[in-house]
Design a protein around this ligand. Sequence first.
Ligand SMILES: Nc1ncnc2c1ncn2[C@@H]1O[C@H](COP(=O)(O)OP(=O)(O)OP(=O)(O)O)[C@@H](O)[C@H]1O
Ligand SMILES: [Mg+2]
Length: 237
Amino acid sequence: MSLLKVMDLKVSYGGIEALKGISFEVEKGSIVTLIGANGAGKSTTLRAISGLVPVKSGTITYDGNVINGQSPQKIVAEGICMVPEGRRVFPNLTVLENLKIGAYLRKDDLTADIDHVYRLFPRLKERHWQLAGTLSGGEQQMLAVGRALMMRPKILMMDEPSLGLAPLVIRDIFRIIQTLHEEGITILLVEQNANAALKIADFAFVLETGFLGMQGTGAQLLNDPGIKAAYLGTAKA
Ligand SMILES: Nc1ncnc2c1ncn2[C@@H]1O[C@H](COP(=O)(O)OP(=O)(O)OP(=O)(O)O)[C@@H](O)[C@H]1O
Ligand SMILES: [Mg+2]
């Protein structure tokens, strides 16, 4: 069953059409990745689903209901949460305060959710009092993921979680993505690190300046000569 269905989605910034009619579906319980070059429209896609940029035409259907036009708060409350590009933690608040802000739409007790985040990221527990702006890049990424988890997402959309991180930290982040997937969260992952993303993806789409190009399972795209040349560089898988 598809949990999220995007149909003929168009988004413009002023006169410039960033998404020129893209359609794709995300199956419940899957990891789907969207890869593509700089400026292809990956972040725009996630921002449109989150209600952060207006949709010019097309529909975004979540769990059977059209959600485009709804407020970002309502979309988050329904279970679609985003870890934005560049982390965007609140630098002058502590780790714990950042986590609590992630749950700002909830009125119930947060203890179990904070414990869940600390179990996933013991480093955040050790540093719960530390100002987020003083965390390392990898720790900030963990905090950004943890903050999104505080809303108990059904779909977690992650915008380039590995950007600027060292290989060992990237490995940790991808391990966490798999753990969240095993916990039942549906994942929509935007990545420039196509190698790592395709390895864990059930299905993948390539975005080419506003259009969807090739699609297939992660393994199919990993082995495709055109994808290898354009997105996988010479890096070994
Ligand atoms: N707020 C904005 N105002 C005007 N143009 C924008 C805005 N945000 C994005 N764009 C343009 O829309 C296009 C798609 O941008 P987007 O950020 O979605 O790409 P991306 O695939 O996420 O790129 P990157 O890999 O660099 O993050 C680009 O040409 C960009 O300049
Ligand atoms: Mg982007």
